[in-house]
Ligand binder design. Structure first.
Ligand code: ADP
Ligand code: MG
Length: 255
Protein backbone atom coordinates (compact mmCIF):
# COMPACT_ATOMS: atom_id res chain seq x y z
CA UNK A 1 0.00 0.00 0.00
CA UNK A 2 1.03 3.60 -0.64
CA UNK A 3 1.55 6.09 2.17
CA UNK A 4 -1.75 6.78 3.92
CA UNK A 5 -3.50 3.61 2.73
CA UNK A 6 -4.49 0.93 5.22
CA UNK A 7 -1.60 -1.51 5.65
CA UNK A 8 -2.72 -3.52 8.65
CA UNK A 9 -6.24 -4.12 9.84
CA UNK A 10 -6.97 -5.91 13.09
CA UNK A 11 -10.64 -6.89 13.33
CA UNK A 12 -11.94 -7.97 16.70
CA UNK A 13 -8.86 -10.07 17.46
CA UNK A 14 -8.90 -12.19 20.61
CA UNK A 15 -6.44 -14.53 22.28
CA UNK A 16 -7.27 -16.78 25.18
CA UNK A 17 -4.80 -18.49 27.49
CA UNK A 18 -6.91 -20.97 29.43
CA UNK A 19 -9.29 -18.81 31.43
CA UNK A 20 -7.49 -15.56 30.62
CA UNK A 21 -8.50 -13.32 27.71
CA UNK A 22 -5.11 -11.68 27.03
CA UNK A 23 -6.48 -9.89 23.95
CA UNK A 24 -10.21 -9.29 23.80
CA UNK A 25 -11.98 -8.25 20.57
CA UNK A 26 -9.35 -5.68 19.73
CA UNK A 27 -9.75 -3.67 16.52
CA UNK A 28 -7.49 -1.04 14.99
CA UNK A 29 -5.93 -0.07 11.67
CA UNK A 30 -2.45 1.04 10.76
CA UNK A 31 -1.82 3.19 7.69
CA UNK A 32 1.29 2.91 5.55
CA UNK A 33 3.95 5.37 6.64
CA UNK A 34 2.71 6.03 10.16
CA UNK A 35 4.03 5.19 13.61
CA UNK A 36 1.21 3.76 15.71
CA UNK A 37 1.92 3.50 19.43
CA UNK A 38 0.42 0.54 21.29
CA UNK A 39 0.49 1.33 24.99
CA UNK A 40 -1.07 0.11 28.20
CA UNK A 41 -0.17 -1.11 31.68
CA UNK A 42 1.87 -4.28 32.23
CA UNK A 43 -0.12 -7.36 31.29
CA UNK A 44 -2.52 -5.37 29.08
CA UNK A 45 -1.87 -7.73 26.14
CA UNK A 46 0.53 -5.71 23.97
CA UNK A 47 3.15 -8.42 23.43
CA UNK A 48 0.39 -10.96 22.82
CA UNK A 49 -1.04 -8.66 20.14
CA UNK A 50 2.43 -8.58 18.51
CA UNK A 51 2.53 -12.38 18.63
CA UNK A 52 -0.85 -12.54 16.89
CA UNK A 53 0.20 -10.13 14.12
CA UNK A 54 3.55 -11.83 13.53
CA UNK A 55 2.03 -15.32 13.61
CA UNK A 56 3.94 -16.51 16.67
CA UNK A 57 0.51 -17.34 18.14
CA UNK A 58 -2.78 -17.92 16.30
CA UNK A 59 -5.69 -15.75 17.43
CA UNK A 60 -8.57 -17.45 19.21
CA UNK A 61 -10.94 -15.24 17.24
CA UNK A 62 -11.11 -12.31 14.85
CA UNK A 63 -9.20 -11.43 11.68
CA UNK A 64 -5.89 -9.78 10.86
CA UNK A 65 -5.33 -8.40 7.35
CA UNK A 66 -2.14 -7.15 5.74
CA UNK A 67 -2.67 -5.14 2.58
CA UNK A 68 -6.23 -6.49 2.46
CA UNK A 69 -5.12 -10.14 2.67
CA UNK A 70 -5.90 -12.27 5.73
CA UNK A 71 -2.74 -13.34 7.53
CA UNK A 72 -4.15 -14.80 10.75
CA UNK A 73 -3.40 -18.55 10.88
CA UNK A 74 -0.66 -18.23 8.22
CA UNK A 75 2.20 -18.94 10.62
CA UNK A 76 5.26 -16.90 11.53
CA UNK A 77 7.48 -17.78 8.58
CA UNK A 78 4.92 -16.96 5.92
CA UNK A 79 3.93 -13.73 7.63
CA UNK A 80 7.62 -12.72 7.81
CA UNK A 81 7.93 -13.40 4.08
CA UNK A 82 4.92 -11.18 3.45
CA UNK A 83 6.90 -8.31 4.94
CA UNK A 84 6.20 -8.20 8.68
CA UNK A 85 9.38 -7.93 10.74
CA UNK A 86 9.65 -7.60 14.48
CA UNK A 87 11.93 -7.15 17.42
CA UNK A 88 11.32 -8.81 20.78
CA UNK A 89 10.80 -7.33 24.22
CA UNK A 90 14.03 -9.02 25.33
CA UNK A 91 17.03 -8.65 23.03
CA UNK A 92 17.47 -11.75 20.88
CA UNK A 93 20.86 -11.41 19.20
CA UNK A 94 23.73 -13.85 18.76
CA UNK A 95 26.31 -12.25 21.10
CA UNK A 96 29.33 -14.18 19.74
CA UNK A 97 28.53 -13.27 16.15
CA UNK A 98 29.44 -10.04 14.41
CA UNK A 99 26.98 -7.26 13.72
CA UNK A 100 27.14 -8.18 10.02
CA UNK A 101 26.29 -11.83 10.73
CA UNK A 102 23.48 -10.85 13.06
CA UNK A 103 22.00 -8.46 10.53
CA UNK A 104 22.33 -11.08 7.78
CA UNK A 105 20.02 -13.38 9.78
CA UNK A 106 17.21 -10.99 8.93
CA UNK A 107 17.89 -11.29 5.21
CA UNK A 108 18.00 -15.10 5.34
CA UNK A 109 14.44 -14.98 6.60
CA UNK A 110 13.32 -13.42 3.35
CA UNK A 111 15.65 -15.48 1.16
CA UNK A 112 14.44 -18.79 2.56
CA UNK A 113 15.18 -20.87 5.59
CA UNK A 114 17.54 -23.20 3.72
CA UNK A 115 20.03 -20.42 3.00
CA UNK A 116 21.32 -20.02 6.54
CA UNK A 117 22.29 -23.68 6.70
CA UNK A 118 23.31 -24.08 3.05
CA UNK A 119 26.74 -25.45 2.23
CA UNK A 120 27.39 -22.75 -0.41
CA UNK A 121 28.71 -25.22 -2.99
CA UNK A 122 26.60 -23.97 -5.85
CA UNK A 123 27.43 -20.68 -7.59
CA UNK A 124 23.81 -19.59 -7.18
CA UNK A 125 24.07 -20.10 -3.42
CA UNK A 126 27.29 -18.11 -3.26
CA UNK A 127 25.71 -15.29 -5.23
CA UNK A 128 22.75 -15.30 -2.85
CA UNK A 129 25.13 -15.28 0.14
CA UNK A 130 26.97 -12.27 -1.30
CA UNK A 131 23.67 -10.49 -1.91
CA UNK A 132 22.60 -11.15 1.67
CA UNK A 133 25.86 -9.84 3.15
CA UNK A 134 25.61 -6.76 0.95
CA UNK A 135 22.06 -6.16 2.18
CA UNK A 136 23.19 -6.64 5.80
CA UNK A 137 25.97 -4.06 5.37
CA UNK A 138 23.55 -1.68 3.65
CA UNK A 139 21.12 -1.84 6.56
CA UNK A 140 23.91 -1.45 9.15
CA UNK A 141 25.01 1.67 7.26
CA UNK A 142 21.39 2.87 7.19
CA UNK A 143 21.08 2.75 10.99
CA UNK A 144 24.57 4.15 11.61
CA UNK A 145 26.30 0.91 12.68
CA UNK A 146 28.19 0.28 9.43
CA UNK A 147 31.63 0.95 10.91
CA UNK A 148 31.03 -1.70 13.59
CA UNK A 149 30.10 -4.47 11.11
CA UNK A 150 32.93 -6.79 12.23
CA UNK A 151 32.46 -6.20 15.98
CA UNK A 152 30.93 -8.93 18.18
CA UNK A 153 27.32 -8.03 18.96
CA UNK A 154 27.73 -8.97 22.63
CA UNK A 155 30.31 -6.21 23.05
CA UNK A 156 27.86 -3.47 22.12
CA UNK A 157 26.11 -1.28 24.68
CA UNK A 158 22.37 -2.09 24.98
CA UNK A 159 21.32 0.97 22.97
CA UNK A 160 23.32 -0.19 19.97
CA UNK A 161 22.11 -3.78 20.40
CA UNK A 162 18.55 -2.50 20.10
CA UNK A 163 19.43 -0.57 16.96
CA UNK A 164 21.14 -3.69 15.58
CA UNK A 165 17.89 -5.59 16.11
CA UNK A 166 16.13 -2.95 14.04
CA UNK A 167 18.78 -3.27 11.30
CA UNK A 168 18.26 -7.04 11.32
CA UNK A 169 14.52 -6.54 10.94
CA UNK A 170 15.10 -4.06 8.08
CA UNK A 171 17.17 -6.68 6.23
CA UNK A 172 13.96 -8.57 5.56
CA UNK A 173 12.74 -5.48 3.63
CA UNK A 174 9.60 -5.23 5.75
CA UNK A 175 6.48 -3.26 4.88
CA UNK A 176 5.63 -3.34 8.59
CA UNK A 177 8.00 -3.16 11.53
CA UNK A 178 6.80 -4.28 14.98
CA UNK A 179 8.97 -2.94 17.81
CA UNK A 180 8.36 -4.33 21.32
CA UNK A 181 9.71 -1.89 23.93
CA UNK A 182 12.82 -0.86 21.98
CA UNK A 183 13.76 1.78 24.58
CA UNK A 184 13.51 -0.44 27.68
CA UNK A 185 16.65 -0.12 29.78
CA UNK A 186 18.21 2.54 27.55
CA UNK A 187 19.89 5.68 28.81
CA UNK A 188 18.51 9.09 27.92
CA UNK A 189 20.95 9.72 25.08
CA UNK A 190 20.38 6.22 23.66
CA UNK A 191 16.62 6.86 23.68
CA UNK A 192 17.16 10.07 21.75
CA UNK A 193 19.26 8.23 19.17
CA UNK A 194 16.56 5.58 18.84
CA UNK A 195 13.88 8.24 18.42
CA UNK A 196 15.91 10.00 15.73
CA UNK A 197 16.33 6.71 13.87
CA UNK A 198 12.61 5.92 14.00
CA UNK A 199 11.74 9.41 12.73
CA UNK A 200 14.17 8.95 9.86
CA UNK A 201 12.73 5.53 9.00
CA UNK A 202 9.22 6.98 9.01
CA UNK A 203 10.38 9.69 6.60
CA UNK A 204 11.70 6.89 4.40
CA UNK A 205 8.25 5.31 4.35
CA UNK A 206 8.67 2.56 6.95
CA UNK A 207 5.47 1.76 8.86
CA UNK A 208 5.92 1.05 12.57
CA UNK A 209 3.78 -0.44 15.31
CA UNK A 210 5.52 0.59 18.50
CA UNK A 211 5.00 -0.84 21.98
CA UNK A 212 6.79 1.43 24.41
CA UNK A 213 6.57 2.14 28.11
CA UNK A 214 8.46 5.43 28.05
CA UNK A 215 5.53 7.84 27.74
CA UNK A 216 7.58 10.88 26.74
CA UNK A 217 9.19 8.87 23.96
CA UNK A 218 6.04 7.26 22.58
CA UNK A 219 4.06 10.51 22.82
CA UNK A 220 6.74 12.38 20.90
CA UNK A 221 7.09 9.69 18.22
CA UNK A 222 3.67 8.23 17.52
CA UNK A 223 1.23 9.73 15.01
CA UNK A 224 -1.61 7.93 16.79
CA UNK A 225 -1.97 5.69 19.83
CA UNK A 226 -4.06 2.70 20.77
CA UNK A 227 -4.34 2.18 24.52
CA UNK A 228 -4.95 -1.35 25.81
CA UNK A 229 -6.12 -2.39 29.25
CA UNK A 230 -7.03 -5.95 30.30
CA UNK A 231 -6.81 -7.05 26.66
CA UNK A 232 -9.31 -4.49 25.42
CA UNK A 233 -9.01 -1.17 23.63
CA UNK A 234 -9.39 1.54 26.22
CA UNK A 235 -8.85 4.51 23.93
CA UNK A 236 -7.49 5.54 20.55
CA UNK A 237 -6.32 8.91 19.26
CA UNK A 238 -3.53 11.39 18.77
CA UNK A 239 -0.94 11.77 21.54
CA UNK A 240 -2.67 14.98 22.61
CA UNK A 241 -6.08 13.30 22.80
CA UNK A 242 -4.69 10.36 24.74
CA UNK A 243 -2.87 12.57 27.24
CA UNK A 244 -6.17 14.27 28.07
CA UNK A 245 -8.25 11.07 28.16
CA UNK A 246 -9.77 10.46 31.62
CA UNK A 247 -10.02 6.68 31.21
CA UNK A 248 -6.35 6.49 30.25
CA UNK A 249 -5.25 8.59 33.22
CA UNK A 250 -7.29 6.34 35.53
CA UNK A 251 -5.83 3.13 34.08
CA UNK A 252 -2.30 4.39 34.60
CA UNK A 253 -2.69 6.20 37.89
CA UNK A 254 -5.70 4.45 39.45
CA UNK A 255 -4.56 0.78 39.23
P1 ADP B 1 1.98 -6.78 27.93
O1 ADP B 1 2.95 -7.03 26.81
O2 ADP B 1 0.97 -5.72 27.63
O3 ADP B 1 2.67 -6.51 29.25
P2 ADP B 1 1.32 -9.59 27.58
O4 ADP B 1 0.73 -9.67 26.22
O5 ADP B 1 2.73 -10.04 27.74
O6 ADP B 1 1.12 -8.12 28.16
O7 ADP B 1 0.44 -10.45 28.59
C1 ADP B 1 -0.96 -10.28 28.66
C2 ADP B 1 -1.49 -11.32 29.62
O8 ADP B 1 -1.41 -12.62 29.03
C3 ADP B 1 -0.73 -11.41 30.93
O9 ADP B 1 -1.65 -11.69 31.97
C4 ADP B 1 0.20 -12.57 30.71
O10 ADP B 1 0.55 -13.20 31.93
C5 ADP B 1 -0.61 -13.49 29.82
N1 ADP B 1 0.19 -14.30 28.91
C6 ADP B 1 1.01 -13.82 27.94
N2 ADP B 1 1.56 -14.83 27.25
C7 ADP B 1 1.09 -15.97 27.79
C8 ADP B 1 1.28 -17.38 27.51
N3 ADP B 1 2.07 -17.77 26.52
N4 ADP B 1 0.62 -18.26 28.29
C9 ADP B 1 -0.19 -17.86 29.28
N5 ADP B 1 -0.42 -16.57 29.59
C10 ADP B 1 0.20 -15.63 28.85
MG1 MG C 1 5.03 -6.91 26.71
Amino acid sequence: PKTGEVLLEVRSASRRFGGLLAVSELSFTLRAGEILGLIGPNGAGKSTMFNLISGVLPPSGGEILLGGQRIDHLGARRIARLGVARTFQHVKLFPEMTLLENAAMGAYLRAGAGMAASSLHLPAERAEEARILFEAQTQLDRVGLGDLAQTQAGNLPLGKQRILEIARALCADPSLLLLDEPAAGLRHLEKQELAALLRRLRAEGVTVLLVEHDMDLVMSLADRLVVMNYGQKLAEGTPREIQQNEKVLEAYLGG
